[in-house]
Design a protein around this ligand. Structure first.
Ligand SMILES: [Zn+2]
Length: 205
């Protein structure tokens, strides 16, 4: 996976236009990290077809961040999220899922490469524990410390899923696998399997 050459890198935000809280949160977070962000302007009268514009925007982005919110569970937002994630996968972009720690959103994200259980509100963006994580995702320079609890390699323990992804978890008992969305399924891979310490750019798809 080769991040696109762009300085600063751009991240494509897959979101529900009704998620104003999430929009404010990530505008602040990514702004503090000095990153460009692309929000597809559904609310500004952009006429269909939407798919070509979305594909072009993801092609120009280093990663896709999926902001899970209740508004994604129903209506026409959900298939568009699936489309954006699929384009991200096809273009070999990292797909990171962000979920508020107090919520459980019933939207599976196939091929998620990262899962972040985030705090509900962002007050001090510059000391935010995963500002560094966000930056390193986009530059492809991410290195997982085997002893880190901030970011670790994880695997879904459900045999019929077995998804592997990087994870930042605030409450392990409520964290859900981003792919199958079942609770209590995230396991932390041990050093014995030789997978710890790899760079994101060496991630096996
Ligand atoms: Zn799973």
């Amino acid at each position: 996976m080769q991040p696109v050459a762009s300085s600063p890198p751009q991240v494509f935000i897959a979101h529900s236009k009704d998620d104003k809280e999430g929009e404010l949160f990530f505008t602040k977070l990514l702004g503090a990290a000095g990153l460009k962000q692309y929000w597809y302007p559904y609310t500004e009268g952009v006429l269909p077809p939407h798919a070509p514009g979305i594909r072009k925007a993801i092609d120009a982005s280093a990663a896709v961040f999926v902001l899970l919110s209740k508004g994604m569970e129903q209506g026409h937002t959900r298939p568009w999220i699936g489309f954006e994630v699929g384009v991200g996968f096809a273009l070999k972009r990292p797909v990171w899922v962000f979920e508020p720690v107090g919520e459980s959103i019933a939207v599976p994200v196939p091929f998620a490469t990262g899962y972040v259980q985030r705090v509900e509100a962002l007050t001090t963006a510059r000391t935010f524990p995963y500002t560094d994580v966000v930056q390193s995702v986009l530059t492809g320079e991410i290195v997982v410390d085997p002893n880190s609890t901030v970011l670790f390699l994880a695997k879904c323990m459900e045999a019929d899923c077995s998804a592997t992804f990087l994870a930042h978890v605030l409450n392990p008992t409520t964290a859900r696998c981003p792919v199958c969305r079942r609770p209590g399924t995230i396991g932390r891979l041990s050093q014995a399997n030789g997978l710890l310490g790899v760079k994101l750019t060496e991630w096996t798809w």
